[in-house]
Design a protein around this ligand. Structure first.
Ligand code: ASP
Length: 365
């Protein structure tokens, strides 16, 4: 064997034999908020489009949607009330990647991450520099905060208390007593009861979100993207796992792709997406590969379920033969009084569907 061939063969170390042989097919998976995104990406694949273009067009729908408060326009803001977005992309065929972090005023950050990949000699651009890069390419700037998310942020600001029980963001001591809902109604006269209740719920229990979307086409090409507004009320400049290549996203089209949603701090510490792809490279099924990553997170807390119960994290894995899995740390979370299982979206050519994630730990109601 020539030295070059030997080097190439060791780079593509063993993955399950059936995965090496199976014929590739069009398939897109994503986090549960991505049914429309998967459908859009599938349409692009069917039309012969590139896998990265497919997932970016898919998640753009979610970034544009003001009702998804975890991604793009209408994402929940940082503690200063400013929306800061993170995103990454990875293109299997060229093995290139791009990322942006803490971006303000730009809505479609997955597209911006792709522009970093395509038009710069860098992999990641952060903060003001990312906005300036977008401006240089003529990308329009907008205010990413909606009235809905501004209200949730205001409700959160009003819910904070110092040691004396005071808060400068609520009425003064000399003001007549008022319930928070009434105070919010005064500030946002156009808001209905549902919106006020939602804002107060977000202040207490901000939801996590993000969309990770992974695609495989009939030629065996794979790409992925992850885009998010990150954790609600985060410190300004906090960067999560979504734009970190290897943590929030990793693609090796010789093996597969993986991505994550949920508390990014846990993922960054164990580089989840890369871990999952490496697990698949060494022969694990996507389901076992993702569960193994979750076990590493649990191990970082010595399997202390009280601590682990304070956050959620999910992984998504797609192998090069089209076998896939979604896996969550916990079986579900309480939503509107019910325990809802974690799910993920799949499209293999028709309508998108939701499938249940496998989970590591059982959460009691
Ligand atoms: N993973 C995202 C982050 O940590 C947040 C999320 O998915 O909810 O920024």
């Amino acid at each position: 064997m020539r030295r070059r061939d030997w080097l190439l063969s060791t780079a593509a170390t063993p993955i399950a034999a059936q995965a090496m042989q199976a014929a590739p097919k069009n398939i897109v998976i994503s986090s549960a908020n991505g049914r429309n995104a998967c459908k859009k990406a599938m349409d692009v694949l069917k039309a012969g489009g590139d896998t990265l273009e497919a997932v970016v067009q898919g998640v753009t729908l979610v970034e544009d949607d003001p009702n998804d408060t975890s991604v793009g326009y209408g994402g929940l803001p940082n503690e200063d009330g400013i929306v800061e977005l993170d995103a990454s992309v990875m293109h299997g065929p060229t093995r290139r990647c791009g990322a942006v972090a803490s971006v303000r005023s730009i809505k479609n950050v997955a597209r911006l991450a792709k522009m970093v990949m395509e038009h710069t000699d860098h992999v990641m651009i952060a903060g003001e520099g990312a906005t300036r890069f977008a401006r240089a390419w003529g990308v329009p700037e907008i205010n990413l905060l909606t009235e809905r998310t501004r209200m949730a942020w205001m409700a959160w600001k009003q819910s904070m208390r110092d040691g004396e029980g005071r808060n400068n963001w609520t009425d003064g001591l000399d003001a007549p007593d008022k319930k928070q809902a009434a105070a919010l109604r005064q500030i946002f006269p156009g808001a209905d009861d549902e919106m006020i209740a939602w804002a107060m719920e977000m202040a207490r229990h901000p939801t996590t979100g993000t969309i990770n979307c992974l695609a495989l086409n009939g030629k065996g090409e794979m790409s992925g993207t992850t885009t998010t507004s990150g954790l609600a009320w985060k410190l300004a400049g906090r960067v999560g796992d979504s734009p970190i290549i290897g943590a929030g996203l990793y693609v090796d089209q010789e093996v597969g792709a993986a991505g994550s949603t949920g508390r990014g701090e846990e993922n960054i510490r164990m580089v989840g997406a890369h871990t999952i792809v490496e697990n698949m490279r060494h022969g694990m099924h996507p389901r076992e590969a993702a569960l193994d990553a979750l076990k590493r997170i649990a191990r970082n807390y010595s399997n202390d379920e009280k601590k682990l119960n304070q956050f959620d994290i999910n992984f998504y894995a797609l192998r090069k033969d089209g076998v896939y899995a979604g896996a969550s740390l916990w079986s579900g979370r309480v939503s509107r009084g019910y325990m809802a299982s974690f799910q993920f979206a799949v499209n293999d050519g028709g309508e998108s569907r939701l499938e249940k994630c496998v989970h590591l730990l059982e959460r009691k109601a």
